[in-house]
Design a protein around this ligand. Structure first.
Ligand SMILES: Cc1cc2nc3c(=O)[nH]c(=O)nc-3n(C[C@H](O)[C@H](O)[C@H](O)COP(=O)(O)OP(=O)(O)OC[C@H]3O[C@@H](n4cnc5c(N)ncnc54)[C@H](O)[C@@H]3O)c2cc1C
Length: 600
């Protein structure tokens, strides 16, 4: 189905516009081709990765490289790459799908895969000249070469534009000499090519270069880092000592590096969310299988309410994560298609398409990376003492999950970015926050309706609740902007609270819309457990939003204003009919127990 401009929400607009369930893409909408791809990738994971888990945990770096090469031979490294450069050009949803289902075996492989296909390759496909793309992308798409991305330095982490690595133009103007030190570079140990960011003279912004990995050209590597998790993912420092790079290897223009770095990270963020999804499914499946078998007090532990809570919550967060990730992925794909049909080159279209949804990419990165960590944590708990043992897969899953909250921009940075970008979009007029925020102000001054609405239709109360949660965001963020104006960025605790509200709205709405769409086509009965999960997710979202809203309002408003806003918050987070979440959890857990796996 071709999306039309008027139907397609802009990035961030989900907050102020209602979305029809028919307009969201769900995993149940995968095409036959996508389902075949999913099967192929799952089979690859089951054959090439899962059985070798102990070797990955024993830091077998050569195995990571070998499996990457096999993935290349099967075309998995080139899913997103245009056919003209040796890839499969399968679209953004398929790219996400491959990332999702190839990543659950071990974080070591998924990091190598993500670093290569995302930040190692995308800067060239998105910003490269025709010559650069012809020269490098086919090798990267097939796995003949592997890519790495050198942005971080010892003193430049989150403050990525502050790097000290320099690039100095030669006297004949034909090449640059790169000098500096990069650290935490994934794939460093086996890459053939690096995207390196360096500063020319006293430029405000860094510049990107494509640098071939050649030890005879002043490139040396540190030892492999000893890490908490992703143990067979190669991570090293890289030193450049008068490394000569021809001028034609500059990416985009001088000083464009920071923009490249940020846009590559946008793609990386949604892909990282995708990469955490199948891990969540697999963790739940492993946990429920154990819980069904393990008996204590002559009873399978899966019968205990304390374990059912965990199973239900793990299933629910995985379901919401899937719903939101594929919803955003399809928005990006549609936006790219729209731009291509409007005459943009594929390269421009892809760049702008992803940039448009940078807010959603940050939201997803934060939400799903935290969900997978929670799932692994509860997975360990379900396994009890065995969960703490290296012999069961939970401890590695937990260690591997931890990095997702740190790289591709820490979750703190992504939280602040999501709200910051939204405020910027509002200022540019891309998303009208002001009008809706004023409407909320007026509503707060008015007398609330005492009518009892009819909530008999599926999700009618939940959708009303989502509308109210959106008002909560507008009330909180609007109030904070009014109070602090451009100084808002100095109030990080407020920004983080606002981001949490934003995240919960997007995730809860995505789960509800997916289920509503599926209930319409497959029937409510067939979606009974999905309905329960959507309601359970929303219930928690409301709680979180109430808490974050309260702390924010108290921090920036006083006296009558504070009282009015707190009353508004109460109104906007109040159910008419509270869901019985114990019943909901029991229903979800029962299904997972019976199916003995994540089955949605
Ligand atoms: C295993 C691994 C693989 C990696 N792979 C790569 C790679 O391939 N290429 C690459 O370039 N980099 C890579 N990185 C680096 C990674 O992107 C950085 O570690 C990350 O961006 C954070 O930077 P930092 O470690 O310097 O932490 P810092 O920036 O020092 O942050 C420390 C803490 O302070 C917080 N903080 C920092 N600034 C602010 C602020 N303004 N406001 C509020 N809080 C703030 C952070 O959120 C964090 O909690 C990798 C890291 C690891 C551990």
């Amino acid at each position: 189905m071709e999306a039309k401009e008027k139907d397609l929400l802009r990035g961030g607009q989900f907050l102020v516009k209602e979305t029809n369930c028919e307009d969201v893409f769900t995993p149940e909408d995968f095409s036959e081709e996508q389902n075949m791809m999913k099967e192929a990738v799952m089979e690859f994971n089951d054959r090439e990765i899962i059985p070798h888990k102990p070797r990955f945990e024993a830091k077998d770096f050569a195995l990571t490289e070998e499996v990457m090469r096999k993935a290349g031979e099967l075309g998995f490294l080139g899913v997103a790459v245009p056919e003209a450069y040796g890839g499969l050009e399968m679209g953004f949803v398929s790219t996400l799908l491959v990332c999702d289902y190839i990543s659950s075996g071990t974080g070591s492989f998924s990091t190598a895969f993500g670093a290569h296909t995302g930040i190692g390759t995308m800067p060239i496909t998105l910003y490269g000249t025709e010559e650069q793309k012809q020269k490098y992308v086919p090798k990267l798409a097939t796995g003949e070469w592997f890519g790495a991305y050198c942005l971080t330095e010892p003193e430049a982490g989150s403050d990525a534009n502050s790097g000290k690595t320099t690039a100095t133009l030669s006297e004949d103007g034909k090449s640059y000499k790169i000098n500096g030190q990069k650290m935490w570079i994934s794939n460093a140990g086996f890459c053939s090519l690096m995207i390196v960011f360096a500063r020319i003279e006293n430029d405000k912004n860094i510049t990107g270069f494509i640098v071939e990995n050649d030890a005879s050209n002043g490139i040396t590597m540190g030892e492999e880092e000893h890490k908490l998790g992703i143990r067979a993912s190669s991570t090293r420092q890289v030193f450049f000592n008068d490394t000569v790079v021809p001028v034609e290897n500059m990416l985009a223009g001088r000083g464009e590096g920071f923009k490249i770095a940020m846009n590559a990270l946008n793609v990386g963020r949604i892909k990282l969310a995708g990469a955490c999804l199948d891990s969540q499914r697999r963790i739940l499946t492993t946990a429920v299988q154990y819980a069904n078998e393990r008996k204590q007090f002559k009873t399978p532990i899966s019968e205990f309410g304390a374990i059912k809570v965990k199973l239900a919550e793990m299933a629910t967060s995985a379901y919401a994560g899937e719903s939101a990730t594929y919803r955003a992925a399809k928005n990006i794909e549609d936006r790219i298609a729209l731009r291509v049909s409007a005459g943009n080159t594929h390269q421009e279209a892809e760049l702008k398409g992803v940039e448009e949804y940078a807010i959603e990419c940050s939201i997803l990165k934060v939400a799903v990376s935290e969900d997978v960590q929670n799932a692994a944590d509860e997975g360990i708990q379900i396994f009890g003492g065995m969960g703490f043992s290296e012999e069961t897969p939970m401890e590695a899953a937990w260690r591997d999950a931890r990095i997702a909250r740190i790289y591709e921009g820490t979750n703190e940075i992504n939280r602040m970015l999501s709200v910051g970008m939204l405020v910027k979009k509002a200022m540019k007029g891309h998303v009208d926050l002001l009008g809706p925020a004023q409407a909320v102000q007026e509503e707060l001054m008015g007398i609330p309706s005492f009518e009892t609405p009819d909530y008999s239709e599926l999700f009618s109360e939940e959708k009303e609740m989502i509308k109210k949660l959106k008002k909560t965001f507008l009330m909180v963020a609007g109030g904070a902007v009014q109070k602090y104006g451009s100084q808002l960025e100095d109030h990080q605790q407020l920004l983080i609270a606002a981001a949490d509200i934003l995240i919960e709205i997007y995730m809860a709405e995505s789960a509800i819309l997916r289920t509503e769409k599926n209930a319409k086509r497959f029937g409510e009965e067939a979606q009974s457990v999905q309905i329960a999960m959507s309601k359970l997710y929303l219930y928690h979202a409301v709680d979180i939003i109430e808490e974050k809203g309260k702390e924010s309002i108290i921090s920036f408003a006083e006296g009558d204003e504070q009282r009015m806003l707190l009353m508004g918050l109460k109104r906007f987070t109040k159910y008419q009919n509270y869901p019985d979440i114990v019943d909901l959890r029991n229903e979800i857990a029962e299904k997972v127990k019976t199916e003995n796996k994540y089955c949605f």
